[in-house]
Design a protein around this ligand. Structure first.
Ligand SMILES: Nc1ncnc2c1ncn2[C@@H]1O[C@H](COP(=O)(O)OP(=O)(O)OP(=O)(O)O)[C@@H](O)[C@H]1O
Ligand SMILES: [Mg+2]
Length: 352
């Protein structure tokens, strides 16, 4: 077992459905050190939220989970099956994309934060209300004494998300998981909220997992970034390493979808061709192969394993981008006009 604050090993989550078993998370492992910020990125359906909800013990009962999760050396899955209170919501909390999933529409904002404080920390009604006002102030809500008396629908989307953040921070968590916390708000508010989370994290030495489908959001904020594809972790690296020297062709494809500062603003962003695979009965092959410009015949034989290189990065690809093997495979596909899976490569195209 590692010394990390959070350690996840071989996590698998399956959902039995009428269509078959959905393999939503497939062998995910990572560590998070205290005070660090880990970004989890990937397209819709890649398993980001399911991973987070597993950590938070929020999955439906039908979910079949295997693997190990340790927080501060404690077995989190054992806590989930026991009766211990005050773990989720205190040591580990989560902020969701849509503030209304966390807020009760018929309760005043102050009451909602106070309830958390009273339940978990045993505060008196008065002390909890006072602390709620302090918390709203800390997350930058103007006139907090007036806001505590308001209902969620009386606030703007940005302010509502601040209330949710205040609620998540109420018990001074050691780890905050933010799942697309700013998707529902406009770009300026998004930046302000992310700056706020960053500042609070630094002030409190709190660790954070920031989930987003946007690599641009993760850049400059996260210490490390993990890339998920079809329920698997396909690459993980220190943020700057990932942005300057990515290995997985899925990561480089994602990178081509975000605007670069050095590009003129009218530069066309390149969407990733094709769609993510079905998670019911996935074939025993690299799940990105059908969309990959590097794909070779052996990519269809078995799932490539995550290779750990010198501790600061790992990736699961046999023909990695920014390497000789990757370039050779790409040029061979380009010369043929298509890959082994029939993906056409229009010339001239950019190589990684
Ligand atoms: N309760 C459930 N029952 C069946 N399948 C589920 C359930 N919850 C999630 N899934 C499936 O698991 C897969 C991963 O979903 P998840 O919500 O983790 O994706 P995500 O990466 O968070 O995507 P997004 O960016 O859209 O939020 C999806 O295929 C989803 O349909
Ligand atoms: Mg999600």
């Amino acid at each position: 077992m590692s010394n990390a604050q959070l350690s996840v090993r071989d996590l698998e989550v399956r959902f039995p459905t009428s269509r078959g078993v959905v393999e939503a998370v497939n062998g995910v492992s990572f560590d998070l050190e205290r005070g660090q910020m880990l970004g989890i990125v990937g397209e819709s359906g890649s398993g980001k939220s399911v991973t987070a909800k597993t950590l938070m013990n929020l999955l439906p009962r039908t979910a079949e989970i295997s693997g190990d999760i340790h927080f501060d050396g404690e077995d989190v899955r054992a806590i989930a099956s026991g009766h211990r209170k005050h773990f989720w919501g205190v040591k580990m909390t989560m902020v969701f994309q849509d503030p209304m999933t966390s807020l009760n529409p018929v309760k005043r904002c102050g009451e909602q934060i106070s309830e958390t404080l009273r339940y978990h920390l045993g505060m008196s009604r008065e002390a909890a209300l006072k602390r709620s006002i302090d918390l709203l102030e800390q997350v930058g809500i103007p006139e907090p004494a007036r806001r505590v008396k308001q209902y969620p629908h009386e606030l703007s989307g940005g302010l509502r998300q601040r209330v949710v953040i205040a609620m998540a921070l109420a018990c001074e968590p050691e780890l905050l998981i933010a799942d697309e916390p700013t998707t529902a708000v406009d770009v300026t508010v998004q930046k302000r909220l992310l700056d706020l989370l960053d500042e609070l994290r630094r002030d409190r030495g709190m660790s954070m997992i920031l989930i987003t489908h946007d690599l641009g959001v993760a850049r400059g904020r996260c210490d490390e970034v993990a890339v998920m594809y079809a329920g698997r972790l396909v690459e993980r690296a220190e943020t700057e390493v990932l942005f300057s020297d990515a290995r997985h062709p899925y990561t480089t494809a994602l990178l081509r979808t975000i605007p670069r500062i050095d590009q003129p603003s009218h530069t066309r962003l390149v969407p990733i061709e094709g769609r993510p695979p079905e998670l019911v009965n996935p074939p025993d092959q690299c799940s990105f192969a059908p969309r990959c410009r590097h794909a070779q015949a052996d990519c269809l034989e078995g799932v490539p394993t995550l290779t750990n290189l010198d501790g600061n990065r790992e990736f699961a690809c046999r023909y990695p981008a920014n390497t000789e093997a990757g370039r050779t495979s790409f040029f061979a596909n380009e010369a043929a006009g298509q890959t082994v899976t029939g993906l056409t490569i229009a010339q001239p195209s950019e190589v990684n």
